[in-house]
Ligand binder design. Sequence first.
Ligand SMILES: [Zn+2]
Length: 442
Amino acid sequence: VPRVLNLTGARLHADAVLTCDAAMTLHRPGTVDIDDDGRIKWSGPTGDAPARAPGVEHRVEGLLMPGLVNAHGHAPMIALRGLGEGLPLHRWLTEVMWPREARLRADDIVAATSLAASEYLCYGVTTTCEMYFHPARIATALRSAGMRGVVAAAIMEAAPEWLGDWRSQLDGVARFVEECPSDPLITPMIGAHSAYLVGDDALRAVGDLARLQQLAVTIHVAESAHESDSLSAAHGGASVPRLLADLGLFDGVRVLAAHAVWLDDADIELFARHGVAVAHCPGSNAKLASGTARVRDLRTAGVPVALGTDGAASGDDLDIWEEARLAALLARLQADDATALQAADAIAMATREGAAALGVDAGTLAPGRFADILRIDLRDPGFVPHLDDADLLAHLLWSVPRRAIRDVWVAGRHVVVDGECTTVDVDAAAAAVQATAARIAG
Ligand SMILES: [Zn+2]
């Protein structure tokens, strides 16, 4: 690959193209045509490519596949990476996270999000759903990194006073949506922190705003057993999904439930009936001992299940590959069945199903989708031996490390070139985050 290879209006030939469509089709060799707007025009076996190429033709080695989708992140929390090691969720939040977050300033957000974006992109994550404060700063940083973002302006009450009441926070959300740049990279969303930190009136108002502005909503749901028990006790025994449904949040609103660990069969049925998607965060859930989400049951019921890194405070790295591996490992242990979640399923969750959960035109290399593409080095020893397509898929999930992700494009723009993120000044962002972390430590 030459140093920088922008793909808008170009044809790309590769040794292999994994489309991540429903059949996980692999073309060897494969070809992808990209239009002038950075969307895929055609993909398929090289021998079947249309006679007329869109423009310049390039030949690259290795495997092309769609960029990965992170359905639940808090990018600015990279400034709190790994803090509170060994604490359970409630103590971790109240003793370590919130005191520091109260000292975080709007000025800290851009550098932290930029650093997170460079890490995401190097792991092959091209789309991220971010829930945090200062959403306009997050959108600015993601756009400048050339990364696709679904940016959820967060509402949180009954916690740090510095945030103001929920009405003023909701006004802020509406303002963010109104002022959100019309850029195909950025989609605004509403983030209600959770049913334990957003009260009933505020949740009803979130549903109303979402219906009015046709916005999706993301919310932490039943992340820990403690949360479910105490909320349920306060709501006449209703589960968290049931109480959200009773508040009208699922009526005519596309909802993405983060974590969704403590669900019973009726909750899963409720999600399926209302088209609620789940952002499964196995790494964060395991680290905080929150529990293991019922991924196989959710998928069997038809609930879209995407993968999330969560913030770097509890997720540490921003690696969706690792979440895909953990999702498969934990699903198998939970079911006591090695067929519970296959490599192809885990890869689909990281790509096609993630994009579907977020409602973005990405996640498969198919006409009309954005040209968010990874190039993976098939000469990496992690692919040895491989004798057939099934081996390739299995190695892609289980044994191929980050070093094999050599190039990343978002809407055809080359953002990771030979393993290096070229759109972020990583040293400057890292120095700024280091200074922020020292200041907010208090
Ligand atoms: Zn979260």
